[in-house]
Ligand binder design. Structure first.
Ligand code: SF4
Length: 670
């Protein structure tokens, strides 16, 4: 049996594989100790033996030899670059790729292709929380404490995360504390809550301002902490003047007495946490929304206090590591800014090129997809570990843009909806067929070990990248440990310093927390206990103001749409929709609506419903439930459909699209 980790979400539960693809839980990994897995984890072995595995490269849908496919791609890339310049080639990565792959992809784009056009699907995941954390704390370490700390808390406020479905073993860490959940739906997580605040979609920012207003007005601010560990509170205090609770109740629909109950519960106890998830973050004002929750946490003296804190519940398996090693448009390895001259000089030394030859920042994920095939945009796209036809907002428009490319190349192990459109598909290894590191939602670097040989004909993403780099005149490593050693050197001295982390240490210590600047360093489970990462060591209060959603409901589109996940499926469903027990558990897309709305629209449970927005149309089966607000419908996004409707309005700082709220019309499909 081989000890490794789950292929799916950011909890990265420990599991064992063997004999063959059989899965059993590990008991030594704190995230899921003493041995819990959700149904996605238990069934992950089926993915390895799926009859839908690709085992031969496809060129325009026809099986070809590896050399034919690689030569073709290298030739076309060279021709497109020669005709249109290096930025005519774009690279799109994924938050499920190992750290080694994320690092190599960023290096491939900047060194071998010389393009600035690289970003990844993690931009759609937790980029607003990352931007807000950097602004407040000077560093983004997702959840800057071990997840097991939560169990010791007295109160936890969870804003916009349905962990009971997305990562069920996480719920065990919430058994002890009193739980306050903020969610427009009475989700399975909200049903566990002591207090459920159910705001109108798109109003979480107003709610957070109202909570802080109450804390200030009721004298609940931790003045000693604010004076010793923060700066900027006076400006925030002033900015709150117009967010009195009754006004916030009118905007959010959350009763004043519930807001007061939440704030008093948080302020009355010694140990409390505020956590945010996609529900609070996936908005055109997501960075400011998270900032408002961080302001509340700072006012109550939580971040960097033993037993308390603020954290982001990251979603994708390597959502944290994926944003640290250079596959983001604006970053270099070590979580460095790409426009920082010192960072560019450092990476130029590691890569053996001139600093001025490292391209500058490129387009963010949606902006990149939106520009594909346009006169100014990329003509070729290399796609790794992502399925944007399903997962991007305004998905029909994105499909059109992808369809207008001169060259689409994907690396995948099954023919996902996006891979089905590709000129070339390279069949690649899966999680249990290769070794590599993942950084989970706690910032703990973990080792995924190879347990099985891949099917004949399949190669790793690292092999594919190196083979293309070779044809473009560059030498890239293919051994994960060799790549990790280069990544360690690249990260040295940066915010996400991995230089002291080795495969051996990870194995011996069941993971190592970054920053870890030397092999003698123990790693940093709780980085903010003594100081925050700004040069003066202080956290920043940042004044923010609520504004309406980018698209509000009106006479034509009178209902809010919110999207999310279900227990049985993961992200675009490319993996989980191919696993029989998961398909049996959740076979089809649905739209959840309140009984009053259903009656008004003459819809009964099981009817096929047409949902339309200004961007597209989708059909799904109706589910009637009073868990949803009367003015809102909910659709899971694992199938084609939900993201045809969503709004690509972007947050000005994080460039996160507004997945979590848009205006739709709902009708029975006659
Ligand atoms: Fe895998 Fe996440 Fe489920 Fe754990 S909670 S088994 S990491 S999908």
């Amino acid at each position: 049996m081989t000890a490794t980790h789950c292929p799916y979400c950011a909890l990265q539960c420990g599991m064992k594989i063997g004999p063959g693809p059989a899965i059993s839980p590990r008991t030594d990994i704190p995230a899921n100790a003493p041995g819990a897995l959700c149904q996605k984890g238990w069934t992950a072995g089926e993915l390895l033996t799926s009859t839908e595995r690709l085992t031969t490269p496809l060129l325009h849908g026809e099986p070809v030899d590896w050399d034919v496919a690689l030569d073709y791609v290298a030739y076309r890339l060279s021709a497109i670059r020669a005709e249109h310049g290096p930025d005519a080639v774009a690279v799109f990565g994924g938050g499920g790729l190992t750290n080694e792959k994320a690092y190599t992809l960023g290096k491939f784009a900047r060194v071998a292709l010389g393009t600035s056009q690289i970003d990844y699907n993690g931009r759609f995941c937790m980029s607003s929380a990352a931007a807000a954390s950097i602004r407040a704390f000077g560093m983004d370490r997702g959840m800057p404490f071990p997840v097991t700390d939560l169990a010791e808390a007295d109160v936890v406020l969870l804003a916009g995360a349905n962990v009971a479905e997305t990562m069920p073993p996480f719920v065990r860490h919430l058994d002890g504390p009193r739980l306050i959940v903020v969610d427009p739906r009475r989700s399975p997580t909200a049903r566990l809550a002591w207090l459920h605040l159910q705001p109108t979609p798109g109003t979480d920012l107003a709610l957070a301002l109202g909570l802080l207003h109450i804390a200030v007005a009721d004298g609940l601010v931790d003045e000693a902490y604010v004076a010793a560990r923060t700066t900027g509170f006076d400006d925030v205090r002033t900015s709150l003047a117009s967010w009195w609770p009754e006004r916030v109740e009118r905007i959010t629909g959350v009763p004043v007495h519930q807001m007061r109950q939440a704030v008093r519960a948080l302020a009355a106890v010694e140990r409390a946490y505020i956590l945010t998830g996609r529900g609070a973050e996936q908005h055109a004002k997501g960075t400011d929304t998270v900032t408002a929750f961080i302001n509340l946490a700072l006012a109550l003296g939580l971040p960097g206090t033993p037993g308390s804190g603020y954290g982001c519940v990251t979603g994708q398996g390597n959502g944290q590591g994926g944003r640290e090693h250079g596959q983001k448009a604006d970053q270099l390895p070590g979580y460095r800014k790409i426009d920082d001259p010192a960072a560019r000089a450092h990476m130029a030394r590691i890569w053996g090129i001139r600093a001025e030859d490292i391209p500058g920042p490129g387009r963010s994920a949606y902006e990149l997809l939106d520009a594909l095939g346009t006169p100014e945009g990329p003509r070729a796209l290399l796609l790794f570990g992502s399925n944007p036809i399903i997962s991007a907002p305004a998905a029909e428009h994105v499909a059109e843009r992808i369809g207008s490319l001169d060259l689409l190349v994907t690396c995948d192990f099954v023919l996902s909806e996006t891979a089905a459109l590709a000129d070339v598909v390279f069949p690649v290894t899966q999680w249990a067929e290769e070794t590599g590191t993942m950084t989970n939602l706690e910032g703990r670097v973990l080792l995924r070990r190879k347990a099985l040989d891949p099917p004949p004909g399949v190669r790793s993403d690292l092999d594919v990248i190196a083979a293309l780099a070779d044809r473009l005149g560059h030498t890239f490593g293919t051994e994960p440990v060799e790549v990790f050693d280069e990544l360690r050197r690249a990260s040295a001295g940066g915010p996400a310093d991995y230089s002291g982390i080795t495969y051996e240490r990870i194995a011996d210590e069941t993971g190592v927390f970054w920053p870890c600047p030397s092999e003698e360093h123990p790693g940093t489970p709780r980085p903010f206990l003594d100081r925050f990462a700004h040069p003066d060591g202080l956290a920043r209060f940042v004044p923010v103001q609520h504004r309406p959603a980018a698209e509000e409901i009106d006479a034509d589109y009178p209902v809010y749409l919110s999207t999310g996940r279900v227990l049985a499926h993961y992200q675009s469903g490319a993996q989980t929709r191919r696993i029989a027990p998961l398909v049996q558990a959740a076979p089809e897309p649905y739209v959840e609506l309140h009984p009053d709305l259903a009656e008004q629209l003459d819809i009964t449970a099981g009817d096929v419903v047409r949902v339309s927005s200004r961007r597209g149309e989708s059909k799904a089966v109706a589910r009637i439930s009073d868990a949803i607000r009367r003015d809102t419908v909910f659709m899971p996004f694992h199938w084609e459909g939900a993201n045809r409707l969503t709004n690509p309005a972007l947050d000005p700082t994080s460039r996160m699209p507004e997945f979590k709220v848009c205006a739709v019309r709902v009708e029975r499909d006659s």
